[in-house]
Write a protein that binds this ligand. Structure first.
Ligand SMILES: *Cc1c(COP(=O)(O)O)cnc(C)c1O
Length: 388
């Protein structure tokens, strides 16, 4: 049973443990999922790797997400055990034969992604030449415009994709084309460019049943990010311009869950403008380093909130590795002190999912919160006056 609290300050006042805390706000996940499902003209899958906490998966399911983008057999088992009526799609282009066989025969998975002829052969063999496969070919697309690029590892060029689709059509019940423009993509036109490539491939292959535009839709960390609707408009226009008849699918991770959780880390030592926390890059806060200091952050003492954002801090995690630093500017009240808690908001995505036990710091608490969003998004808040 996960403890539920009315709000973050009350939780810190009455709980304030030694370990870091992940605070999930299911009502925000529910709202976001409803918006995305309402807005997107096709199937909405959730990319499980982003956050696979049972509360997150159950909340998304209750909000109407019934299909899941899974990338490992463990993710598939986890989703199917928790949500027996959920449909899993195996969207990783490189899978083990054992994982394909279990996915198909035990968990009812029919949709598989591939980007190489030998992966095609592997899927056919591992499923015993199943007649009801849905095979999607992953295209390589440009990654510019995304904060975290996913290019260079998966996906194939147009010529090979056309060949793979011909192979797929020779055995599969349904076929599709898929791509991923990169995570936290800030330019809707990236989807237009990707759809241009996909349309060419689809035309040459004589049509497909599905077009999967992937994930990459940005969460609103600063308020400068284009809204989901802007991406949908660009996608819809490109699909219409090319006269594509296929069913649309998207697989957001970050967009669906980013605002649905905060991480609470305690200040174990303040040294000038440096705060040493009990959570860091090897724990729940990896994105504070890799994406940068753009997450809404506030300081809470056990007596209440420390108001003001008048000083820029650098943050350090608990492990002994010097990589475990999260350079600022993290704007906080100047009177932050030892024993205070930092609430880092917008931490529902790629946060607890990336936590490791390095140096013995994996443990943390998870609580539920039902307060609203406490930060006002200020466009370009990183351009605040510099501390002296
Ligand atoms: C990670 C991933 C996603 C989700 O990406 P976000 O940037 O979190 O939206 C979707 N599809 C695939 C294939 C992925 O690997």
């Amino acid at each position: 049973m996960i403890q539920s609290y009315g709000g973050a300050p009350a939780m810190i006042r009455s709980f304030a443990p030694e370990l870091p805390i992940v605070g999930i706000r299911p009502h925000l996940i529910r709202e976001r999922a409803a918006q995305v499902i309402d807005r997107f003209p096709g199937d909405v899958l959730y990319a499980v790797k982003c956050n696979d906490h049972p509360v997150v998966l159950e909340t998304l399911h209750a909000a109407g997400v019934r299909e899941f983008d899974t990338a490992s057999i463990k993710e598939i088992r986890r989703v199917r055990q928790l949500l027996p009526d959920a449909v899993c799609h195996f969207m990783h282009p490189v899978k083990s034969s054992e994982a394909i066989a279990e996915a198909y025969h035990v968990h009812g998975v029919r949709r598989f992604v591939l980007d190489h002829p030998r992966e095609f052969a592997k899927i056919v063999q591992a499923t015993g030449s199943a007649p009801d496969l849905e095979l999607f070919v992953r295209l390589a697309v440009p990654g510019d415009g995304a904060l975290l690029t996913l290019t260079g590892k998966f996906g194939t060029g147009p010529a090979e994709a056309i060949e793979l689709l011909r192979l797929a059509k020779s055995v599969a019940a349904e076929t599709g084309v898929t791509f991923h423009v990169g995570s936290q993509c800030l330019t809707p036109v990236a989807f237009e460019r990707a759809i241009d490539i996909a349309a060419l491939v689809i035309a040459e292959a004589g049509g497909v049943d599905h077009l999967d535009v992937g994930g990459g839709f940005p969460a609103a960390y600063t308020g400068d990010e284009p809204p989901f609707a802007a991406f949908v408009d660009v996608i819809t226009a490109a699909v219409e311009r090319h006269g594509l008849e296929c069913r649309l699918q998207c697989e957001p991770g970050r967009l669906l869950v980013a605002d649905g959780a905060s991480v609470f880390a305690r200040v174990e030592l303040r040294r000038g403008a440096a705060l040493y926390l009990n959570d860091g890059v090897y724990g729940n806060l990896a994105e504070l380093k890799w994406v940068g200091p753009q997450f809404p952050t506030r300081a809470l003492s056990v007596d209440g909130q420390r108001h003001g954002r008048d000083m820029a801090f650098d943050l350090f995690g608990p492990t002994c590795d010097s990589i475990d630093s999260m350079p600022g500017p993290h704007w906080l009240a100047a009177d932050v002190d030892d024993g205070d808690w930092l609430e880092i908001g917008m931490m529902g995505a790629y946060s607890s999912a990336l936590r490791t036990d390095f140096n013995g710091f994996a443990e943390c608490h998870t609580v539920l919160l039902d307060d609203g969003v406490w930060f006002a998004l200020e466009p370009s808040h990183q351009a605040l006056p510099q501390a002296a």
